[in-house]
Design a protein around this ligand. Structure first.
Ligand SMILES: NC(=O)c1ccc[n+]([C@@H]2O[C@H](COP(=O)([O-])OP(=O)(O)OC[C@H]3O[C@@H](n4cnc5c(N)ncnc54)[C@H](OP(=O)(O)O)[C@@H]3O)[C@@H](O)[C@H]2O)c1
Length: 311
């Protein structure tokens, strides 16, 4: 830990979850530095009092600059996102691994020891998708790095701006909802503010060092159940569901990855991850974070109420 520093760095601050983590840290009185590839995307966080540094976790020099004088680092990134043009054709988990190697090297350079890394429920060496298997490896890489690492594995995050939940809401708002895979895969849900609270809750807790935690509410639901639950919250009838089978999506995956400038295998990894339920064990983290987790219904109600509230 950098002596005397109180600054917390958030990598992925422009993202759906990273942004919420920043706001929670600020609300609890922390000094926050945001790393963003495009600072224009975090102007609101700068206005809220964050220091903003421009950087990319794939650029070692920018990461070394960002870690100077910080005492802890949150990593909330999604390498399914488009990456720099020079990485076209690279496998998406190689992209994430390179980024983490840069971060660990910068931690060693600046004496930063506390790292909190967000992955997802379901990571395992024998998981059905390359994404979940790859993330199990990156988790192990960090856990064996000698740093004080905590891995946080959320379920489906319920909040406005999350890719998964926005798709649920969009489906709930239409007479016909389209979904990936069978629609029968079950996922534990977690309200975005409960998740951010958990992430900030473990920051200074040595019991969390060297640990990985699944995080979520008691609700484990299929996508179809989530869509119907959101439709009920909106006062709408449950939509008709049309599912695109995984086999069909796999056929088009290379095309979708090229068109979306996604790293190689990114979309396929997502499709394969639909094959197994993602429920995990949410109990161990509850010994550390005592605030109750909102049910899916409560979390949806909150999202809808916020959408109606005047800005
Ligand atoms: N959303 C969910 O329901 C859900 C569920 C389970 C787990 N998770 C996990 O939660 C984490 C955050 O997800 P999210 O939904 O917040 O994703 P998101 O909204 O897509 O945000 C991803 C963030 O990663 C940043 N990023 C991507 N590549 C980067 C790079 N090379 N260098 C620096 N930053 C980079 C993006 O920056 P730009 O703004 O520059 O693109 C963005 O800030 C991920 O690990 C994800 O797997 C999410």
């Amino acid at each position: 830990m950098t002596q005397g520093s109180s600054t917390i760095l958030v990598i992925g601050a422009s993202g759906f979850l990273g942004r919420q983590v920043v706001k929670t840290l600020l609300a609890q009185g922390h000094t926050v530095r945001c790393l963003a590839r495009d600072p224009a995307r975090v102007q609101d966080l700068a206005a809220a009092g964050c220091e903003v540094v421009t950087g990319d976790m794939l650029n070692a020099v920018s990461i070394q600059r960002a870690l100077q004088g910080v005492r802890a680092v949150y990593i909330s990134v999604h390498t399914l996102s488009p990456q720099g043009a020079n990485l076209a054709g690279q496998a998406f988990m190689d992209v994430e691994k390179t980024g983490l190697e840069n971060i660990v090297a910068a931690c060693a350079l600046h004496g930063v020891s506390r790292l909190i890394y967000v992955t997802s429920i379901g990571t395992a060496p024998d998981a059905p998708s390359q994404w979940l298997r790859g993330r199990w490896k990156t988790e192990q890489f960090l856990l064996n790095s000698g740093l004080d690492v905590t891995i946080i594995r959320p379920g489906m995050i319920v909040g406005r701006g999350g890719t998964g939940f926005d798709a649920v809401l969009a489906g709930a708002n239409r007479p016909v909802a389209f979904g990936l895979g069978s629609g029968q895969q079950k996922m534990r849900t977690v309200a975005v503010d409960d998740l951010a609270h958990s992430l900030v809750g473990v920051l200074n807790d040595p019991r969390a060092f060297g640990q990985a935690y699944d995080v979520g509410s008691d609700d484990v639901l299929t996508m179809d159940q989530m869509i119907d639950g959101a439709a009920a919250g909106l006062g709408r009838r449950p939509p008709i569901k049309i599912h695109f089978p995984a086999a069909l999506l796999r056929l088009f995956a290379p095309l979708i990855e090229r068109a979306g400038k996604l790293p190689r295998g990114a979309f396929q990894g997502l499709v394969d991850s639909l094959a197994a339920d993602m429920s995990g064990d949410p109990l161990p983290i509850r010994a550390l974070v005592t605030r109750p987790f909102q049910s899916y219904k409560q979390a949806v109600g909150r999202v809808l109420a916020e959408a109606k509230a005047p800005r």
